[in-house]
Design a binder for this molecule. Sequence first.
Ligand code: ATP
Length: 274
Amino acid sequence: KRKTGKHAVPVTNIQFADIGGQERAKNELKEALDFLILKDKIKQYGIRPLKGVLLTGPPGTGKTLMAKAAANYTNSAFVAASGAQFVEMYVGVGAQRIREIFKEAKTLAEKNGQESAIVFIDEIDVIGGKREGQQQREYDQTLNQLLTEMDGISTSENPRILVIAATNRKDMLDSALLRPGRFDRHIVVDLPDLKAREQVLTIHTANKPLASDVSLERVAQETFGFSGAQLESVANEAAIYAMRESKDKIEAKHFSYAVDKVMMGEKVDREANE
Ligand code: ATP
């Protein structure tokens, strides 16, 4: 049996400022988080507590970063799990694991003297997807346990818990998850536009020596459709090319190679999967 400690993620130092672009998503999330912080105000207005936020969008766009930044912003304990960990579990084990995750969030917050905890569940569609056939029963128990935990979240009790879930297949989710009082706030974390791509590149080259011929704006123009994760990869690959050529600085051509490499890498991966 796996120890609950497995789910713990050390307190992260990711801030919203470390996430390029996504201004709208960041603002929507911050507003939702203010509900967690302003507990007395919420009570005063009789507002129903927010229990779940769903982040939707393509892979590698910063959903995990957003959840970590949310924990910092609210000074919450942070516990993460991925739906992928629940694949092919025996009946009952998934539900038990869900119980452990929530318990651990509480314990961690208490230990750190924090008033709130954020439970992050990546790839929620694996647990909460609509499906048929033999796996239905085991997933049902896991999903039911998650719903039970969420329904049991109390706002008058510390630590207050907020569940943030991420998926790139919102259409697949069981409607029980989307009901009011569960994941009723949906925030789209989309692919970065031109300006956002430049911001992401700026973030990921901040610690790198750039030659004067490098224009991150130009790199941003050449990377239409790239995710934040791919842009991070471009910055890293460019540095590797420069190092390989024993150059003191990363030049424009190294970025060109890197863009090609990341683009080709995706193509190779796609063909392998077909
Ligand atoms: P997945 O759906 O595949 O889990 P995700 O949306 O959760 O992806 P993250 O894990 O947050 O994506 O991002 C992966 C990495 O890509 C980050 O650690 C970071 O280096 C980079 N990255 C992604 N988006 C951004 C962004 N908006 N700003 C800066 N870096 C980003």
